[in-house]
Structure formats: C-alpha cells, structure tokens
Ligand binder design. Sequence first.
Ligand SMILES: *Cc1c(COP(=O)(O)O)cnc(C)c1O
Length: 230
Amino acid sequence: MNVAENLKVINHNINKALEKSGRKDSVKLIAVTKTMPTDIILKAYTAGQKVFGENRVQEWQQKSTVLPEDCEWHIIGRLQTNKVKYLNSRVALIHSLDRLNLLEKLNEEGEKRGLVWKTLLQVNVAQDEAKAGVGREEVEDFLLTAGNYPFVNIIGLMTIGNLEASPLETRLYFRALREIRDNMLKKGICNSQTFFHLSMGMSQDYEMAVEEGATLVRVGSSIFGERQYN
Ligand SMILES: *Cc1c(COP(=O)(O)O)cnc(C)c1O
C-alpha cells in the first residue's frame, strides 16, 4: 500500500466531486486509522495528512500520545459512557453522539473540566436496526434538548451508510441527511454559523457523499488498505 499515493488520489477525487457539484466550500478528509499501527499512520502524516479518526477510545489514547502533537483527532465510533472520562481537549470532534445518556455524560464531564465538546449528532438515516443513531424524526427534539447542555456543542450531523445499500440508495441517504440539516436551519432550530457540518461517506462512497454536500469524509481502507480485523 502506498499511503502517500492513495492520499493524493483521494484528495484529487474529492476536488473533482466538489467541482462537479459546483460547491464553493471545502471538505475535510479524515483518515480513519482504526487497527492501523503508528508507523503506517506516520506515513500519512509525512505525506501531509494531519486529521485522523479512531473508533475506540483506548486505541486513540495510545496513538495520540505517540504521534505528533499537531495531529487532529476525531472520535467516530460508538462511544460508551464509561469511556468519556478518558477523552480530553485533544479530541477535535466527536462524530458519534447518538443518545441522550451520552449527551448527559459528555455534559457532566465537560462541566467538571471546563471544556465544551464539539460533536455531531449521529442519525440513523437508513433506519438500519444494527446501526446506532437517532431516527430522522427524533433529530429536532434531540437538538432542542441539547440546547440545555452547555458543555456539548453540536455542530452538524453524521451518518453511516448501509453497506448493503445500492449506490442509488446510498445517495438518497446522504441527500436525506443534508435535507435534515437544511430543515433544522430553516426552522431556526440551529444557526447556520455554528451548525453546518455533514460527516458522511467512507472508502466506497466518499465521492458521492461530497456531491451530496459532505463537509467531512471518513476514509480508511482506501488509504491504508484492508483491515485484518475490526
Ligand atoms: C471504519 C469506519 C470508517 C472508514 O471505513 P472504510 O470503509 O475503511 O473507509 C468510517 N466511518 C466509521 C464510523 C468507521 O467505523
């Protein structure tokens, strides 16, 4: 696997998709490093990639202490409430806020330490029973409730596409997430200055996600190769 070459191709494809859709804003590529050893992650870093995503808090802890200080870390996997205490200000964004008790726990820890977590609300757009996230109809209530938790700042939405879905279905899921965001802005539930991110798209569908408005894409295996385990 030539990590530097892969990154070049993916950045190129992201720019092409941006152009195709006529977007004037930008997309942040999050290199998903779960299960990958630090020497391989360093290859990406050396090639200029500074933004990384991890699923597990323990793995993030180990890697973030070894890798350079200017790496930007995103937590993208399901977050257990008993792991929140291990997070710190080196976490740039938590993509996987998916339930009320996690909102409460993050707020409690944030208050204790005087820091405000940046998060995305994970939406189960595909209504896939196996996936985490609030339902489409629950987004508005969740965001309104979150207004009462000052140590948690929700700056957008995240979804995980269904691996079994056809490309057309996947596109419609991505579009649905964008429409939910736009609807929340239109209704005045959130403010477009602070709430605009869409985290969607992985190795197999990130270009489509960019065409549908993703501001953050989470790409792992197309950069680092297939994982041996998950
Ligand atoms: C593993 C993972 C990714 C990256 O998946 P690839 O198919 O390897 O690009 C993205 N998002 C989440 C939440 C993941 O767990």
